[in-house]
Design a protein around this ligand. Structure first.
Ligand SMILES: NC(=O)c1ccc[n+]([C@@H]2O[C@H](COP(=O)([O-])OP(=O)(O)OC[C@H]3O[C@@H](n4cnc5c(N)ncnc54)[C@H](O)[C@@H]3O)[C@@H](O)[C@H]2O)c1
Length: 430
């Protein structure tokens, strides 16, 4: 390590992202990054105990004998001088309070995306950040993915001339948004906030410009049309269902648990088999709410267009009921002299340049492609270390705020049957 200081982390929200993905990466990388998790905070005591045992065992596998403290109230960790950085990975609607408290306490903050569910929360975090004089690093993982960075590098080098239009296609098998806490618009800001916030940030990064207007159509498809006769949870249901999240006593298709969840399979998260999820009684902690239950208020598809100040135009085609497929997420950039298309799951960029004279297939997977988020989380931990030592992050809260505004503008446009929504009137400070 160049910078030898150990960086001691408290994770607020000891769930999938904070512990089983980012936390697990800290355990694998502690020797090179100096980052270790010293404290886990979660309002769910079962989750807390399970996560502590899991993470301590991951550190032990990596040769570090660590006892990780636990807390149920984030306020109790703020005056501890053995915590340097706080990872905010709890429900999106609860990002604000620990972020503001950590900044006030002089801690560095890693804030996961999406920034918030409301502009009020996002503004409060921006103000606390400005008062503290310490920037927040945000978790827009595509900014750290080798293939996306390669794509943007080629664009900036002029490989396809001047960027004109962008097409982002996301046809993803994410029924989990209807099964987990994301099913509450209030908690998550909906699937749109949880997933499309990534895409808006990526589009802004690629366009290198401010969005000036947007419009969208979308809503709730007929795929998950409410069925009042369906049992409330998978574990109480014996129907054959492609969205089954947990086995029932009657249906022994345990293999189907992961059938539509290639992300979980790839990242070896395995939360479905852990008791604090699989046996959870509180609705927030459950993972097997019926996709046909009528009480969720989130949308599952949208077709969105964005116009940028510099003339770039982007189109986003998104839904969460796609089949698991190799091409489920792709982005195509069209420039004045060529086009490039990245398929995220293969990490391959198909480049046609020089007005069609040249065609190249580029393997842009990078060294850590098989790790979580196609290697982005490994890069992110290195970025968190650099950020702690004073570097500016690749994605900050201004990016988070811009992305949130676009999510809210999309919702407004959908409510108004595709009306064009202006984005030029609001700025992070105004
Ligand atoms: N960067 C990425 O690619 C990425 C990927 C997944 C999730 N996320 C984000 O991470 C966050 C967590 O998502 P997840 O999938 O890990 O959810 P999760 O349910 O697995 O974990 C969240 C945990 O936070 C706890 N919690 C909720 N409110 C709390 C509070 N006030 N104080 C302490 N703990 C609290 C819950 O009990 C739960 O254990 C969300 O904002 C999500 O959008 C980001």
């Amino acid at each position: 390590m160049n910078e030898t200081k150990q960086i001691r982390v408290a994770v607020i929200g000891a769930g999938e992202r904070g512990v089983y993905v980012l936390g697990a990466r800290t355990a694998e990388l502690w020797k090179e990054t100096g980052i270790t998790v010293r404290l886990l905070c979660d309002t769910n005591p079962d989750r807390l105990m399970e996560s502590k045992a899991y993470l301590e065992s991951r550190y032990a596998e990596s040769g570090l004998d660590l006892t990780i403290d636990t807390e149920t109230d984030y306020l109790r960790i703020m005056d501890r001088d053995d915590i340097d950085v706080v990872f905010v990975t709890n429900y999106t609607s609860a990002h604000r309070e620990p972020t503001v408290a950590a900044l006030k306490a002089g801690k560095r903050v890693y804030l996961d995306k999406p920034m918030a569910t409301s502009v009020d929360d996002a503004r409060a975090m921006l103000e606390a950040e400005a008062d503290s004089g310490r920037s927040i690093i945000m978790g827009f993982t595509r900014r750290y993915e080798h293939s996306w960075r390669t794509l943007v590098g080629l664009l900036r080098d002029g490989r396809i001339g001047t960027l004109q239009t962008v097409l982002l296609r996301s046809v993803i098998p994410y029924a989990r948004y209807l099964q987990r806490w994301h099913r509450s618009q209030e908690r998550s800001g909906g699937a749109l906030n949880d997933k499309v916030s990534h895409y808006f940030d990526a589009l802004n990064w690629i366009a290198e410009s401010r969005p000036v207007s947007m419009n969208a159509i979308g809503g709730r498809s007929s795929v998950f049309a409410p069925d009042p006769s369906a049992p409330r949870r998978c574990r109480e249901c014996d129907r054959h269902c492609p969205y089954r999240a947990l086995p029932s006593p009657q249906v022994s298709e345990i293999g189907s648990v992961y059938r539509l969840d290639p992300d979980y399979r790839r990242q070896d998260v395995g939360i479905f088999t852990r008791p604090s999820w699989s046996l959870a009684e509180s609705e927030d902690a459950q993972i097997d709410n019926c996709v046909y239950a009528g009480d969720t208020d989130i949308i599952d598809h949208a077709l969105i267009t964005v116009c940028y100040e510099n003339g770039v135009k982007a189109s986003l085609f998104w839904n969460i009921f796609g089949p698991s497929a190799e091409d489920e997420e792709s982005i195509e950039l069209v420039g004045s002299s060529g086009r490039m298309r990245l398929t995220r799951i293969t990490g391959v960029i198909d480049i046609v340049s020089d007005y069609g004279e040249s065609h190249e297939i580029l393997d842009a997977r990078g060294t850590h492609f098989n790790s979580s988020h196609f290697g982005a989380d490994v890069e992110l931990l290195h970025a968190i270390r650099h950020h702690y030592h004073g570097s500016e992050p690749a994605a900050n809260t201004k990016d988070g705020f811009e992305s949130l505004r676009m999510v809210l503008a999309t919702e407004e446009s959908i409510r108004r049957d595709g009306a064009s929504i202006s984005l030029i009137s609001t700025t992070p400070t105004g």
